[in-house]
Design a protein around this ligand. Structure first.
Ligand SMILES: C[S@@+](CC[C@H](N)C(=O)[O-])C[C@H]1O[C@@H](n2cnc3c(N)ncnc32)[C@H](O)[C@@H]1O
Length: 198
């Protein structure tokens, strides 16, 4: 996947998925530092098999007909998923996460990522997810650190925007808890503005 950022291309320049960042502000980090992904996995109570025509059309059908840019972007993401698939298990978040985080992974940063999911989970599911994460955070060490990175709808500070989509990060054992920025419900436009995650 590639990010087009001004006149720069970050990530894989040959990727079928090229995201025009359209960011305001800049992230507080070194964008030139290469990232090495050693493993990925996910879960969904109703996973869609994007390697099939039905699965592809099913996901594309969720994009409103006048949102051509989103439609093209999703098509490119589906093309990428064909050549670089991520295993997705049929499971709900707390159950799956409990299994994944049971043993800390040494010499890598384990990142738990979720976007636009929290609002769909029941109160019981959210409580179970928090408990799983708290137990994993207790086990995190400098050699086996843990991060929670989420993009979710939260109550905003601006009365004109009672709800906004915030990018939030927690790090263990560093004990940092940050709000990194705010964006539209589908990721763009996005503004980097760091502060505490309160
Ligand atoms: C709006 S979509 C977001 C998809 C994707 N994360 C994104 O940002 O584009 C919400 C997804 O959450 C999944 N979901 C709902 N409840 C869940 C749960 N308890 N555990 C895991 N996933 C859940 C739904 O099946 C759906 O695929």
């Amino acid at each position: 996947m590639a990010y087009l950022h001004g006149d720069r291309v970050l990530g894989d320049p040959g990727s079928p998925l090229r995201l025009d960042t359209g960011w305001s502000g800049e992230p507080d980090g070194d964008l030139d530092r290469p990232l090495r992904l050693v493993g990925r996995g996910g879960c969904d109570p109703n996973p869609v098999d994007v390697s099939t025509v039905d699965g592809r059309q099913h996901l594309l059908s969720f994009v409103w007909a006048d949102q051509r840019e989103r439609w093209v972007r999703l098509g490119a993401a589906l093309d990428l998923a064909l050549v670089d698939p991520v295993p997705v298990r049929r499971a709900s978040a707390a159950e799956w996460l409990g299994e994944q985080l049971a043993r800390p992974e040494r010499d890598v940063l384990t990142v738990v990522w979720h976007s636009v999911v929290w609002q769909y989970a029941s109160a019981a599911e959210r409580a179970a997810g928090r408990a799983v994460l708290a137990a994993a955070a207790e086990r995190a060490t400098a050699a086996a650190p843990l991060a929670l990175l989420v993009f979710e709808s939260r109550r905003g500070h601006d009365p004109a925007r009672p709800y906004e989509f915030q990018l939030l990060l927690k790090l263990w054992p560093a004990g940092r808890s940050l709000r990194l920025g705010v964006g539209g419900p589908h990721g763009t436009p996005f503004t980097w503005e760091s502060g505490p995650w309160t």
